[in-house]
Design a protein around this ligand. Structure first.
Ligand code: ADP
Ligand code: MG
Length: 299
């Protein structure tokens, strides 16, 4: 019997994508950070969803209820930012055992609310079910101007690759709980140098850059010496570990200087888009080798 493990997370999504119906107003369905839908007017509608499951994504003993709530919404805001958009409306669904304390539920709500206020998001509904473990599912809408949307496809040979911050070991540092989704950075980028491709790093630099490379039909050359590592993090963690929630983007060579020179945000140049279809790395010891485009996988 073929199992989800045999297919892998992305194999499953690919198979599922072939099965389902999509209308002509869907500009981008499965395969980017959010769906992109044309509902008329000057903006596209963006839609994304994320699920946090107790025992898989968090343990009650390791995260406060506020932290669980905050993170549930933050992951989705990060995906809206990755398209160049603004988050707008959310629905929040909760599964929980009936003996759960009211205080815990309130705490989760508080965590969601703090971030919702900060980003101007209205929480307009949800669903509640009984379940043995806590599950939180956020579905978030956003909007982006039609001429500003940035996909994972679109990187061209010669483009320069940047990230918005240090990578690796986000669990130990607890960054995965407290990262601020990069909406402001995305806006800055679009205003000053329309990125050719962009996504948020949730499964490790190598795996996620792999998505940009495959969808853009290009390769990349990274420089080990330029990859910003979080304090105490290893290169392996930065490449293959999850949940940094920094933006990974490419810009045309003519736009790169603006990004390098700005004082408004810190952007880290890490490499170049090249022809081909592989991810290469120039290591500090002078060797140039292929890096597997694998990131964190759920199955
Ligand atoms: P991200 O890390 O940016 O949230 P994912 O890696 O979770 O993105 O998902 C990649 C793409 O696959 C997205 O377009 C997402 O909507 C889609 N996807 C993931 N799971 C499913 C599913 N069960 N059914 C349909 N699409 C899915
Ligand atoms: Mg994403």
């Amino acid at each position: 019997m073929e199992t989800l493990h045999d297919l892998g997370e992305f194999g499953f999504i690919e198979r599922f994508a072939k099965q389902i119906h999509i209308g002509r107003d869907v500009v981008k369905g499965i395969g980017d950070d959010t769906a992109v839908i044309d509902v008329g007017g000057k903006d596209y509608l963006l839609l994304t969803t994320d699920m946090l499951v107790e025992g898989t994504h968090f343990l009650r003993t390791m995260m406060s209820p506020q932290e669980i709530g905050r993170k549930a919404l933050a992951c989705s805001i990060s995906d809206i930012a990755a398209m160049g958009g603004d988050p707008t409306y959310a629905v929040v669904s909760l599964g929980a055992p009936s003996n759960i304390s009211a205080q815990l539920i309130e705490g989760i709500g508080e965590g969601i609310n703090i971030l919702a206020k900060e980003f101007g998001i209205s929480v307009v509904g949800g669903d509640t079910v009984q379940n043995s473990r806590i599950i939180i599912n956020v579905a978030l809408l956003g909007k982006v101007r039609k001429d500003e949307v940035v996909y994972r496809k679109g990187a061209k040979r010669g483009d320069i690759i940047f990230v918005t911050g240090a990578l690796g070991d986000s669990f130990k540092s607890r960054k995965h709980l407290y990262f601020k989704p990069c909406v402001a950075q995305a806006h800055f980028l679009i205003r000053h140098a329309q990125p050719t491709a962009m996504m948020d790093i949730s499964d490790g630099l190598a795996g996620d850059l792999g998505h940009i490379l495959r969808q853009s039909k290009v390769g990349a050359l990274l420089k080990e010496a330029k990859i910003p590592l979080a304090k105490g993090a290893t290169l392996q963690q930065a490449l293959h570990d999850g949940e940094d929630f920094e933006l990974l983007f490419t810009v045309r060579p003519a736009d790169a200087d603006t990004i390098r020179r700005t004082k408004r945000f810190r952007f880290y140049e890490i490499g170049t888009i090249v022809s081909g279809n592989s991810l290469m790395m120039l290591f500090k010891n002078g060797q140039k080798r292929k890096v597997e485009m694998t990131g964190f996988e759920h199955f």
